[in-house]
Ligand binder design. Sequence first.
Ligand SMILES: Nc1ncnc2c1ncn2[C@@H]1O[C@H](COP(=O)(O)OP(=O)(O)OP(=O)(O)O)[C@@H](O)[C@H]1O
Length: 595
Amino acid sequence: MSTKHRQASDTLLHGEFGVYPSKGIRYALSLTQTGLHIQRLVPKPEDDQRTVLPITDMVGCHTLRSRGTNDIFAYFSIYSYPMKKKKVAMGSTRTRQRLVRTFKVDEASEYEQNQSIAEKWATAIKCLIQEVQISSDMEITPDLQPKARRLLLLLNPCGGRGNALQQCHTHILPIITEADISYNLVQTERANHARELVQTINLEEWDGIVVISGDGLLFEVINGLMERPDWEDAIKMPIGILPCGSGNALAGAINYNAGFEQAMGSELLLNCILLLCRGTVMPMDLVSVTTCSGTRSFSFLSVAWGFISDVDIESEKYRHMGSARFTVGTMVRVASLRTYRGRLSYLPVLDAHRPICRSITLSPNGSLAPLQRSQLHRTISDMGLCEERNIMFERSTAVLDTGELPSFETSPSPGSPTALHTSQFTFDSVPNALSEPDRMLPNDVGCPTHSHVNGPKDDLLPPLDQPLPKSWVTVEGDFVLVLGIYQSHLGADLFTAPFSYFDDGLIHLFFVKAGISRTALVRLFLAMEKGTHIGMECPYLVHVPVRAFRLEPLTKKGILTVDGERVEYGPIQAQVHQRLGNLITGSGRVSLTSF
Ligand SMILES: Nc1ncnc2c1ncn2[C@@H]1O[C@H](COP(=O)(O)OP(=O)(O)OP(=O)(O)O)[C@@H](O)[C@H]1O
């Protein structure tokens, strides 16, 4: 047996307990790294019917005492949300349902001793939920217990179908309370409220900022943090999302990263709440985007032009439909398919090596300042209240087959001395994108004058009005869409870049060339639901992993979006900044360090 397997099956704790409410039933419990094994002893032992509660379905564990002062027993309750079959009109479906198991510790003749056993079990279970390392040769003592986390929850009452507050009261607050998470909940009152709020908060008061909304509110939070004078510290604040918007792309990516099946609506929300309770934090790339007026913003999801941004913005009027608004918007736009002329330049990445991703665990840093709450409006909080409860995918190697479309030209950037012949172009013909000469010298860096200049320098980008380095590739022609995406999902059910992960340091640049039929385009989008669109080898779809790109629209009117929000139309450029932020993912592929 491998060390890993042995560790997973090693028994950390074992004991025999009664239950609450007491029915004369007794169980033998064994706690391992992956689950709680429950076996009935009395009235009738079940040899072959062990129940296992997986740790990944648990959110918390509390110790309890009976109201009767003469009761010498102690209790511990485990809160979990396993998948269960549920009957619906057309058969059955699987959804997460709340399951609370309460065990009675009755081994000792004094309450204090029973309480100490209950506390030991609660500590071990909480450690496992939050991925705090414990082993069978360790003494489980209360000081191992992860400290209660404090989250700033920002809720957009207008996001998606407008039911975020209801979801909050029905699902979110009850579950995070079971996970011992303290919170301040703020409802945003207008656009940019969250952006302004995070500029003024005391970072030391919080272990994370979580938006209860769609992706738009998270964009505000990231940019608000970057606008602070202490942006370098501020952007390291773990950020999270509980999906209550229309698109919910980042939540889709978090759900996928955790190995859950693709989900929508309440099911996706429940998965994300569970992951938030676990609290693992991973570094996340952010992309600096500069528009024609020189405004620079930090994006976590995508830059889109053409079909995708048109659907996103034009479907705003169907907001009441929730995510179905994109299906309706897609049909409308397919019916009157447009093409846009433009010049797309990019700095490709040639090495297909996947860097090891690092995962860290969200926990207080132990040096938190005394609570001095800032004045928050429309806030509800549980703080101050005291309760006695104690795949690796193959990277696409798409090659631009320019023979398909005479209207496209591929060439090195304007100003480059050597012009590559169009029909000879493959990624291999381009020098390694990461070579130092491609980086701008500090004096050359020209973030043009813009509203704020915080953030790392865009050392791969010259100012928008200046020529690009010779190692860049330029494609000019008619596009149906251009999309730079850095998450696996473009919507909860749009598995657009299956090979992407949070800190791969890549922008996945996709474009669809003009000439594609309506049927082929619809087929592409349908396949995207399962992420099989890339395997379709559609000659009009091109995917290139890049570090930076510049898009110059040549068609006068159009829509450009950054993270689904409309930005000014005109030339736009972007560069990825690897691991600039921290995202609460609740699970990590490789766990190397924790804080
Ligand atoms: N109280 C409010 N009233 C009106 N607009 C708001 C309010 N709070 C935030 N906003 C704005 O609403 C925009 C959209 O919000 P959000 O992203 O949460 O929902 P969505 O657009 O439905 O979801 P998604 O981005 O996943 O498609 C945000 O950009 C934000 O600026």
